[in-house]
Design a protein around this ligand. Structure first.
Ligand code: HSE
Length: 434
C-alpha cells in the first residue's frame, strides 16, 4: 500500500523529535500502521541541527504544506493560538487530517476546530498536547470508556515540576532553574505560561472535557502559579509530612465541575508526591476501575514526539474507517456533551494549609481557633514555630479539614483583620488524593 504522506509544520524541539523518530523507527511504525508514514514536506524557517532532513522538501511557508495536494496529514508544531488556528482550519478545509501538540490551541479553540473537523470528516489528534509522552488522552478516552470518571489530578507541567524539585532538593533559585528548563527545551516560548499555571490549565481543560464529556472551557479554569511559593512553606509542608506540587485538579460534584490549577500539599507518601523533575503524572479515578496513575516524561524532544507519532499511526489506521464510527475528539459523541457547569473557585472544596504570622503573646491561638470554628472549619493539625520568632512574630501553621473555599476566604479576611496578625495569611490547598 502507498505510504501516508505527512507534512510537518515547525521543526523545533517537538518537530525535530518527530522527524527523527519517524525516520529511526520507520520500519516498525509501518508494521504497526499497516503502511509507511513518510514525511513529504517540512515547513520551517530555521534548520534544526539535531535533524538530518536529507532530501526531504523544505519550505519556509507553512501554507505550502497545508495546500500541498500530496499531503494526507498535517502535523502542526508551530505553537501559539493565532497562526496555528489559521493553519489547522485551512488544513481541515482542504480535507487533511491534523496532528497537533498545541494545548493552547485545543483548550481555547478546540470546540470550533472539532466542529469543523466533524463537518469535513477529518481527524484532529492531540495526544501530545497533554503530559508529553504519557498516552493519557488515549487512556481516558478509550481505556477508561466504561467508567464514570469521578476526578483526576495531575502534575502536568514539566517545567514547573522541574523547578519545584530542583528548589527543594538542591536549594537552587527559581530563576536559575527556569533558565535551565528553557535551555533544555521544556519551557514554553513564554515561560510565564509554565510558572503561572496557564500551560497546566490548558492541559487540565482538555483532560476535564474528555473525562466528563463537557465542552472545552479554558476561560473558566482557576489558575494559580508557583512563583510566590517560598522555601519556608516548602519546609513547613515537609515537617507536616506533605510535599508541595503544582497540581491540576478536575472533580465532578453534584453542583458542577471543579477545574483548578494551584500549588497543592499532597501527603508525602503518595506516589504522585514523588514525581520529580520534568516527569508528569496524572491520577484518574473512575467508578469501576478506582484510582489509576499514568507517569512519564511530560516534555522534551522525543517523549513528546512519541505521542505525535502515535497519533500519526492512529490516524493512518483510521483513514479508511467511516468518520461516524471513529473515536470522538472529546471522547463523548459531539451531540452528547453535557452542560454541567464549571464551578467558581469559591464553590470548590478542599483542605487548606494556612501560615499565619502572629504576634507572640497569649490568646492569639485562641482568636485563630475562634475565627475558624465560627465558620465551621475544623483544624486537622497545628504547629507553632516558637524557635522562629522574628520581630516578635511567630509563624502559626495549620492544616484544616475539607471545606468550601468561600469559608476559608471569609476566615482569612477575619484573620488578616486581627491586630495580632501581621502580613497576608499564606493559603495553599491540600489534597489527600485517596
Ligand atoms: N512547557 C511544557 C511543560 C511543555 O513544561 O510541561 C510540555 O507541554
Amino acid at each position: 500500500m502507498k505510504p501516508v504522506k505527512v507534512g510537518i509544520c515547525g521543526l523545533g524541539t517537538v518537530g525535530g523529535g518527530t522527524f527523527n523518530v519517524l525516520k529511526r523507527n520507520a520500519e516498525e511504525i509501518a508494521r504497526r500502521a499497516g503502511r509507511g508514514i513518510e514525511v513529504a514536506q517540512i515547513a520551517t524557517r530555521h534548520p534544526n541541527p539535531k535533524c538530518d532532513t536529507g532530501t526531504t522538501a523544505i519550505t519556509a511557508d507553512i501554507f505550502d504544506v497545508v495546500n500541498n495536494p500530496e499531503i494526507d496529514i498535517v502535523v502542526e508544531l508551530i505553537g501559539g493560538y493565532t497562526l496555528a488556528k489559521e493553519l489547522v482550519l485551512k488544513a481541515i478545509e482542504n480535507g487533511k487530517h491534523v496532528v497537533t501538540a498545541n494545548k493552547a490551541l485545543i483548550a481555547v479553540h478546540g470546540n470550533e476546530i472539532f466542529a469543523k473537523a466533524c463537518e469535513k470528516g477529518v481527524i484532529v489528534a492531540f495526544e501530545a498536547s497533554v503530559a508529553g509522552g504519557i498516552p493519557v488522552i488515549k487512556a481516558i478516552r478509550e481505556g477508561l470508556a466504561g467508567n464514570r470518571i469521578n476526578w483526576l489530578a495531575g502534575i502536568i507541567n514539566g517545567t514547573g515540576n522541574f523547578i519545584l524539585t530542583e528548589m527543594r532538593e538542591k536549594g537552587r533559585t527559581f530563576e536559575d532553574v527556569l533558565k535551565e528548563a528553557q535551555e533544555l527545551g521544556y519551557a514554553e516560548a513564554d515561560p510565564t505560561f509554565d510558572v503561572e499555571g496557564i500551560d497546566a490549565a490548558h492541559k487540565l481543560t482538555i483532560l476535564a472535557s474528555i473525562a466528563f464529556g463537557i465542552p472545552l472551557q479554558f476561560d473558566k479554569a482557576y489558575t494559580e502559579g508557583i512563583a510566590r511559593l517560598t522555601t519556608a512553606d516548602v519546609n513547613y509542608a515537609e515537617a507536616l509530612s506533605y510535599r508541595i506540587k503544582h497540581l491540576g485538579v478536575a472533580r465532578r460534584t453534584d453542583a458542577g465541575i471543579e477545574l483548578r490549577v494551584h500549588p497543592t500539599l499532597i501527603p508525602a507518601d503518595r506516589l504522585i508526591a514523588n514525581v520529580n523533575g520534568v516527569m508528569n503524572a496524572v491520577m484518574v479515578n473512575g467508578d469501576a476501575v478506582g484510582s489509576t496513575l499514568y507517569y512519564g516524561a511530560g516534555a522534551g524532544m522525543e517523549p513528546t514526539a512519541s505521542a505525535v507519532v502515535a497519533d500519526l499511526v492512529d490516524v493512518t489506521r483510521a483513514l479508511t474507517t467511516d468518520p461516524n464510527n471513529r473515536v470522538p475528539h472529546l471522547a463523548f459523541q459531539p451531540d452528547s456533551l453535557s452542560d454541567h457547569p464549571i464551578l467558581p473557585i469559591s464553590a470548590c472544596e478542599s483542605a487548606y494549609y494556612l501560615r499565619i504570622q502572629a504576634k507572640d503573646h497569649p490568646g492569639v491561638l485562641a482568636q485563630v481557633a475562634t475565627i475558624l470554628s465560627e465558620r465551621g472549619i475544623n483544624i486537622e493539625s497545628i504547629m507553632q514555630k516558637e524557635a522562629e520568632v522574628q520581630d516578635g512574630l511567630v509563624p502559626v501553621i495549620l492544616v484544616t479539614h475539607r471545606v468550601v473555599e468561600q469559608r476559608i476566604d471569609d476566615a482569612i479576611a477575619a484573620l488578616e483583620a486581627l491586630d495580632d496578625v501581621a502580613d497576608k495569611v499564606v493559603r495553599i490547598r491540600v489534597e489527600q488524593l485517596n
